[in-house]
Design a protein around this ligand. Structure first.
Ligand SMILES: O=CN(O)CCNC(=O)c1cccc(Cl)c1Cl
Ligand code: NI
Length: 186
């Protein structure tokens, strides 16, 4: 199980590299990595276990964040009304954003990252809607249209696979700049 000691922090070059495509069928090592990446999220989203293991909660975790420069990331966007039916839960392998809306969206409270220890305030403007293609651990291909929070999280994770960190998107001159048609997600 990954703990905070296993999380690579900003400054380590692996976070600024282009991750390598994952080949199928998955090796045993890659199957285990996928499992561990999702397990971190489920444990970190359980208040008792999160505290027990001293974790920072997360809704996504990309392989480069644990030092593995591979195109793989777990995403677990919980459904506050029904914990047993998450809005999005999968390990996305070799993800490609096929198309994205011109309209932008940002989380009102900004973003955070396990690999960035300091809080960096500001709007992280992303595409409000994306069409995402990826392969899952069983080798099944998926093509999904995402919007709102799941779209934001997937973009944060896919950024990690291309060496981008959330604060790269914050306007340093005016961190809370906005356009009329921007969507803000609480
Ligand atoms: O790459 C994944 N992490 O760094 C895990 C910690 N951050 C989050 O869970 C998180 C928090 C806020 C907004 C977004 Cl989009 C995300 Cl992803
Ligand atoms: Ni992150």
């Amino acid at each position: 199980m990954f703990l905070m000691k296993d999380i690579v922090r900003d400054g380590n070059k692996v976070l600024r590299q282009q991750a390598k495509k994952v080949s199928f069928p998955l090796s045993e090592e890659d199957k285990q990595l996928a499992k561990d990446l999702m397990e971190y999220l489920t444990v970190s989203q359980n208040p008792k276990l999160c505290k027990k293991y001293n974790l920072r909660a997360g809704v996504g975790l990309a392989a480069p964040q644990v030092g593995e420069s591979k195109m793989m990331a777990s995403v677990l966007v919980p459904n506050d009304e029904d914990e047993s039916n998450p809005i999005f839960k999968d390990v996305i392998i070799n993800p490609v954003i096929l198309s994205n809306s011109v309209q932008r969206a940002a989380l009102t409270e900004g973003e955070g990252c396990l690999s960035v220890d300091k809080d960096i305030p500001g709007f992280v403007h992303r595409s409000a809607r994306i069409t995402l293609k990826y392969t899952d651990v069983n080798g099944e291909d998926h093509k999904v249209r995402l919007k709102n929070y799941p779209a934001i999280v997937c973009q944060h994770e896919i950024d990690h696979l291309h060496g981008t960190l959330f604060y790269d998107h914050i306007d340093s001159d005016d961190p809370f700049s906005k356009r009329d048609d921007d969507i803000f997600i609480d």
